[in-house]
Design a protein around this ligand. Structure first.
Ligand code: C5P
Length: 243
């Protein structure tokens, strides 16, 4: 029986900040309002691995957004290192070899893998230029099913893709969506956006939110408001919850 995900654990705050000091100051300001953090390449390459380890040791959930893709031996060994940090999520590009290698590297740990199906910066013309005879939607669907069959735990998707993908992969995969903007907030460079409540109602399990929280005058209040929005959507749609 799947256990319930608390609304607060559905919010993942992206620490897209230039250095560890800035990230630690933000984590301090956010306090108990945020339980889950995403650390991407920028912060990782600026000393963020130690921060990830400290965050995990302090009881927060850590999502390492490193989008691994290399020969299987390298992906497996790199994944094993990330698992040692105590991270909860790690992204891997949705290629069979990389996904299988990452699963092998995560074996025996509590690290869960999220596959990136197709980068949201890609359109059909970019795929054609890269040699794919598929549309973005077709490739997203193809890779989502492949990820499920390989045993990957979840997918990173735009909130507009969850309705297409959920029926393909079933209830067991975690769908994690960036591109979230609370009503009335700055869109920034995101093109396909949704409010937290709509994204949850549309099938997302967890939301990645960066600037609407970290750029707010009161980040903790912004996080609380998103958690409340998520909570109301979960109650409304009677979501099937997974831990
Ligand atoms: O600040 P904002 O809420 O736009 O941040 C969204 C986060 O999600 C960033 O860390 C960004 O890199 C990440 N992301 C995204 N779109 C994707 C994959 C990841 O916005 N397709």
């Amino acid at each position: 029986m799947p256990t319930e995900i608390a609304a607060r654990d559905r919010l993942i705050v992206a620490l897209d900040l230039p250095g560890v000091a800035e990230a630690e100051a933000m984590i301090e300001r956010l306090g108990d309002s945020v339980t889950f953090y995403k650390i991407g390449m920028e912060l990782t390459y600026a000393g963020g691995l130690g921060l990830a380890e400290r965050l995990a040791a302090s009881g927060k959930h850590v999502f390492m957004d490193l989008k691994l893709h290399d020969i299987p031996n390298t992906v497996e060994r790199a994944t094993r290192q990330i698992a040692k940090l105590g991270a909860r999520f790690l992204t891997v590009h949705g290629f069979s070899q990389s996904m299988k290698a990452a699963l092998a590297g995560a074996a025996g740990s509590s690290l869960e893998l999220l596959a990136v199906t197709v980068m949201t910066s890609y359109d059909d013309a970019d795929l054609a230029a890269a040699g794919y005879a598929m549309t973005v939607k077709e490739l997203v669907a193809h890779r989502a099913v492949q990820a499920r069959d390989i045993g990957i735990h979840g997918l990173i998707l735009s909130p507009e893709e969850t309705a297409l993908v959920r029926p393909l992969v079933g209830p067991g995969m975690q769908l994690v969506t960036p591109g979230i903007r609370p009503a009335g907030s700055d869109v920034g460079d995101q093109k396909r956006i949704m409010t937290p409540a709509l994204a949850i109602a549309g099938g997302a399990d967890r939301l990645v939110v960066g600037r609407p929280v970290t750029g707010a005058a009161d980040p903790a209040a912004a996080a609380e408001s998103i958690v409340a929005d998520i909570d109301s959507a979960v109650a409304l749609v009677g979501k099937t919850n997974r831990a």
